[in-house]
Design a protein around this ligand. Structure first.
Ligand code: IMP
Length: 190
């Protein structure tokens, strides 16, 4: 069975992805003896994910999966984008949300999209898989579930935010869920 390492220290992501990938043996950074945090310094999701996957591959020589996600808001020229995690200057979800809502205060165009890019990298190939979910930004935070910008994002076709959905419900329609589905399909051929 092909061994692949997942370039994240986020246990939540590992738990979410692992059960879906039955064709490969998914290893954590810890399991391959790495304690690293690769900075996401690039200007696109693909470049950031590739940067992480390549760095980890170069450190351990095992094929690697890495991801990068964020929120792109049309009226803000696609910000926060790759800067989603630290948009307010810190990794504080509430402060990040406050900054977005403040910038969106007088905007009538509330359109936004969440994007995830998942990259697979080994010595011979590089593939990437994208998941996008379109929606709108609310005027105030609603809901308690999830993380990040979940309380201010209503996916198209719904009348509730990501933060008002169960994890299962969100995974079925989320940007991350869609990218993971494509990755799973890719590994079906292994
Ligand atoms: P990551 O690349 O998956 O770690 O995501 C980077 C940042 O984008 C996170 O810290 C969140 O601020 C935001 N983000 C990504 N995915 C989601 C989501 O599903 N809900 C809410 N915020 C998200």
């Amino acid at each position: 069975m092909l061994k692949v390492v997942l370039a994240t220290n986020n246990l939540h992501k590992i738990e979410e992805i692992k059960p879906l990938l039955s064709k490969i043996e998914l290893l954590t950074l810890k399991e391959v003896g790495l304690d690293v945090d690769i900075p996401e310094t690039a200007e696109t999701f693909v470049q950031n994910a590739l940067l992480k996957a390549k760095s980890i591959f170069n450190l351990c020589g095992i094929p690697c999966i890495a991801d990068d996600s964020g929120l792109e808001i049309t009226a803000l020229n696609n910000r926060p984008g790759v800067h989603s995690a630290y948009y307010s200057g810190s990794r504080d979800n509430q402060k990040n949300i406050e900054k977005v809502l403040q910038e969106m205060q007088n905007e009538t165009n509330r359109k936004a999209r969440f994007k995830t890019v998942m990259v697979y990298y080994d010595e011979n190939s590089f593939r990437y898989f994208e998941g996008i979910t379109y929606g709108i930004i609310t005027k105030e935070p609603i809901g308690e579930q999830g993380f990040g910008y979940d309380p201010i994002f209503i996916p198209d076709g719904y009348d509730k935010t990501y933060a008002q959905m169960t994890l299962d419900e969100k995974n079925k329609i989320s940007h991350r869920g869609k990218a993971i589905k494509k990755l799973v399909e890719f590994f079906e051929q292994f």
